[in-house]
Design a protein around this ligand. Structure first.
Ligand SMILES: [Zn+2]
Length: 193
């Protein structure tokens, strides 16, 4: 399971790249023309190669965008703009955005608010790692019983995965069937569900 563990974002002023400005200039024209794509609430009715967005708050007239500043989609900027901001960007009188940067130097993603979470950096995987039995085992049954005593909650498929992932074990001791793995779990952990 992944649990949020937010890191403090860094207030950062970034220059608006040309291709983003030209996209927002197109959006500005659509807004001026009353195009449906700018009057309908959506996440993605406005799109170009490197950016998508839509009207996120009709009452406030706020648009939300996701922009990919580099190669691929891992690094992204998420930001909100009023129609007046979009007009100012189109007119080149607004040339930068004030965003909140993820502090991970390898990440480069930026957000509208210091409370936004970076999907790549603000979560920790707290699934417990399984312990692998050490030493030598004469049979795979012996290995499985040792495994379950270390990992009493592990599902039989998890046991098989860990067994298969340990170099040389399958070759030395033969492979488990699921039925065998489940039976050994019942033997090792009789109280398990
Ligand atoms: Zn990040």
């Amino acid at each position: 399971m992944r649990t949020a563990q937010p890191k403090t974002k860094v207030r950062t002023e970034v220059a608006i790249p040309d291709h983003l400005r030209s996209f927002l200039a197109d959006v500005n024209k659509l807004i001026a023309a009353g195009d449906e794509a700018t009057t309908t609430e959506s996440d993605d009715l406005l799109q170009c190669q490197s950016c998508y967005g839509g009207l996120s708050d009709p009452a406030q007239g706020t648009f939300s965008f996701t922009f990919f500043p580099g190669e691929g989609t891992r690094r992204k900027w998420l930001f909100d703009l009023r129609a007046s901001d979009i007009a100012a960007i189109a007119a080149n009188t607004m040339t930068s955005l004030l965003l909140w940067a993820c502090p991970n130097p390898d990440c480069g993603s930026m957000f509208a608010s210091p409370d936004d979470l970076c999907i790549d950096c603000d979560y920790v995987d707290d699934t417990p790692a399984h312990s692998i039995p050490q030493g030598s085992h004469a049979t795979r049954r012996e290995w499985a019983l040792a495994y379950y005593s270390l990992n009493p909650t592990a599902h039989p498929l998890m046991m098989i995965g860990d067994f298969n992932g340990a170099p040389g074990l399958g070759k030395a001791l033969g492979n488990f069937s699921l039925a065998e793995a489940a039976a050994l779990k019942s033997e090792a952990v009789p109280d398990a569900d």
